[in-house]
Design a protein around this ligand. Structure first.
Ligand SMILES: [Zn+2]
Ligand SMILES: [Zn+2]
Length: 299
């Protein structure tokens, strides 16, 4: 099926020479090519999700790859990897390019901040992870995604970090104290959160830390229906991505406990946390809360 649009997700941690200039370059380039979406630029790299026609995306990728770190370019983006999927042309209504301190906000205090260009876990490919699993290697997987992402799908036997938001990173790490001397692998959707999460673990005394390159999405694409239970939560209108029809739904409705992958929100407006509410319970969603506390705080 030919798609009229293409959606790309990309990131790279690499020193950026002139972050403000690079931000303006991104803005000019995307505007000229009619590309919409969201791009964060920082001194430490770039992170973006954008959509455009396949021609526009190809041209954008070409220009990005020309930024190869030699004098006169903003940094070394010659090998930046674009995770592509068919677009709808309606994923974004505008272009937002921002200059920030970090390309993924960790919520860490200045003195605790992780620079993945200096400190990060060792990258392993999906193929290497498959080998670890097959030869029965001893290691622990810490899922660095939010709890609602974990709820619809996760690696068998992995630890749920119970994050509500990635800004909770420093709050959730202490619960894994007992894994400090073990071999630990962090995972997230496409790898970007693991760059800082695995670096943060190392900074906090975890001795043997790895991260899954390309994230869960890359693993599922290569090994559909294997080792990962359920489906992959994605941050766009699709909500979840499946790589095969042969999988078991692991998501559970917060109201009735039935198997479901349908997302709704906590009924308390100020919480609005994403929770799984099945089709049967959907009509009751105005009185379904993520936790008792939200029910009490309802105005
Ligand atoms: Zn239900
Ligand atoms: Zn709530």
């Amino acid at each position: 099926m030919e798609s009229t649009h293409e959606l790309i997700i990309f990131y790279k941690y690499t020193p950026v020479a002139d972050p403000k200039g690079f931000m303006e370059w991104q803005r000019r380039t995307c505007t000229e090519l009619g590309i919409l979406g969201r791009i964060i630029v920082a001194h430490e790299g770039i992170n973006g999700t954008v959509e455009g026609t396949p021609e526009a995306i190809a041209e954008y990728a070409r220009r990005m790859h020309e930024q190869n770190g030699v004098q006169g370019t903003y940094g070394d983006f010659a090998d930046v990897w674009f995770k592509s999927s068919p677009g709808t042309g309606t994923s974004f209504v505008k272009l937002v390019v921002k200059l920030r301190k970090e390309i993924v906000t960790t919520g860490l205090a200045q003195e605790e901040m992780v620079n993945p260009n200096q400190t990060t876990g060792t990258h392993i490919t999906p193929n290497e992870l498959k080998q670890w699993i097959e030869r029965g290697e001893k290691f622990e997987i810490i899922d660095m995604r939010n709890d609602y992402e974990y709820a619809v799908g996760h690696f068998a036997g992995s630890h749920n970090s119970l994050m509500e938001n990635y800004r909770d990173l420093s709050k959730v790490v202490p619960q894994f104290e007992s894994l400090k001397d073990k071999k630990v692998l962090t995972v997230c959707t496409y790898g970007v959160r693991c760059e800082t999460a695995s670096g943060y673990l190392k900074q906090n005394g975890f001795k043997d830390v790895y991260q899954l390159e390309g994230g869960i999405g890359s693993y599922m694409k290569q090994y559909p229906g294997q080792d990962f239970l359920g489906s992959l939560y994605v941050f766009d209108a699709r909500m979840t991505e499946r790589f095969t029809d042969k999988y078991e739904v692991v998501g559970q409705c917060v109201n009735c406990g039935g198997k479901s992958e349908r997302f709704g929100n906590c009924a308390w407006n100020e919480c609005h946390k994403q929770i799984i509410i099945c089709d049967t319970c959907a009509p009751l969603s105005k009185s379904i809360w993520c936790q008792e506390a939200c029910k009490k705080e309802r105005p």
